[in-house]
Design a protein around this ligand. Sequence first.
Ligand SMILES: Cc1cc2nc3c(=O)[nH]c(=O)nc-3n(C[C@H](O)[C@H](O)[C@H](O)COP(=O)(O)OP(=O)(O)OC[C@H]3O[C@@H](n4cnc5c(N)ncnc54)[C@H](O)[C@@H]3O)c2cc1C
Length: 318
Amino acid sequence: MKVTDHIAKANGDTQFSFEILPPLKGQNITSIFDSIDPLMEFNPPFIDVTYHREEYVYKERENGLLEKQVVRKRPGTVGICAAIQNKYNVDAIPHILCGGFSKEDTENFLIDLGFLGIDNVMALRGDPVKSETYFTPEKDGHNYASDLVSQIAALNEGRYLDDEILNQSKTDFCIGVAGYPEKHMEAPSLDSDIYFLKKKIKKGATYVVTQMFFDNARYFAFVDKCRAEGITVPIIPGLKPIATKKQLNLIPHRFSVELPDDLVMAVVKCEDNDAVRQVGIEWCVQQSKELIEAGVPILHYYSMGKSDNIKAIASHVF
Ligand SMILES: Cc1cc2nc3c(=O)[nH]c(=O)nc-3n(C[C@H](O)[C@H](O)[C@H](O)COP(=O)(O)OP(=O)(O)OC[C@H]3O[C@@H](n4cnc5c(N)ncnc54)[C@H](O)[C@@H]3O)c2cc1C
C-alpha cells in the first residue's frame, strides 16, 4: 500500500514509522530482524531502508603503493525490503539515489522493485562520494533528485528509456522525497531549497520526509513556508534521538542541523553515554508529543539500526 494511502486510512491519527540501514557487508540479515522485531508492536505502516553507494578505499599493496578500490560497504537494500515485506507483511520503502546510477540502472532497479510488489520509493540525489566535495552524477545519470522523480513518474506512465520496448507496462510507485527544515547544506538559502523541493513535487513526488531536526519550531516554520509556496503534500517529520556525546559535534557537521542550547547543555552535563541516551530519549519524547499534538500524519524515526532508544520513545508516545 502507498504511503499516501496509509496516511489517508489513518484518518488523522499519527502513525509510527522508522528507517533502518543495511548491515555492513559480511553480516547476515538477522541483525536487521533483531532491530525491527522490538518495534513491530507499534504497528509501523512502512519501514524505510537506506541505500549506500560505493566508496573509494585505498589498500596498501605488497610494494608499498596504494591501490584505489571501489567498495560498497552496505549493499542489500532491495533484498532487505523484500525480506521485510515477506516476513512482517509491512510495506518496505527502498531509497534510490542519483549517485552511482545511470538512467538504465535506475530503470532496471525500478523494474526489480515492481516485480517484488514494492510500490513506494524514496527518491534522493545522494551525497558526493566521501573523497569529493561536489556531487558528480554517474555517466548518463541524474544530477538532481527532481530528475530522478521525473524518470520514476515516466515509468509510472509506461514510458521506458527505450520507446521501442514492447508491452510498456506501467509501474505504480508512490514517490517520496527529502526536505530540509534547516535547508540542505549546499543550498544557498532556505527559499531556494524550497523552490527546488516544489519542483520535485511538481514532477511527481507525493510526500516529503524531513531531515532530522531537534527544535520543532524549525519544522513548523518550514511547513508554513512550504504551504505558503503551494506545497500541499504531507511533510513527515524525521526524528533522531541523541545517543552519544560525540554526536554533539558529529550531527551538525554531517547533517548541517543545529542543536538547541538546552539539549546541548543537558548532554554536556552527562557523566557517560547511558545518561546521554536518557537525555536523548526524553528530548525526543517531548518533540514527538508536540508534533502529535500539531497533527502530523507520521513520526518517522532514524533508528540507525539501534532500536532500543526508539522503542523507549515509542512506548511513551504511541
Ligand atoms: C529523509 C532522508 C533520507 C535519506 N536517505 C539517504 C539514503 O538512503 N542514502 C543516501 O546516500 N543519502 C540519503 N539521504 C541524504 C541525501 O542523499 C543528501 O542530503 C543529498 O545531499 C541530497 O539529496 P536530495 O535528494 O535532497 O537532493 P536534491 O533534491 O537533488 O537537492 C540537492 C541540492 O541541490 C539543490 N537543487 C535541487 N535541484 C536543483 C536544480 N535543478 N538546480 C540547482 N540546484 C538544485 C537543492 O536545493 C539542494 O541543495 C537522505 C536524506 C533525507 C532527508
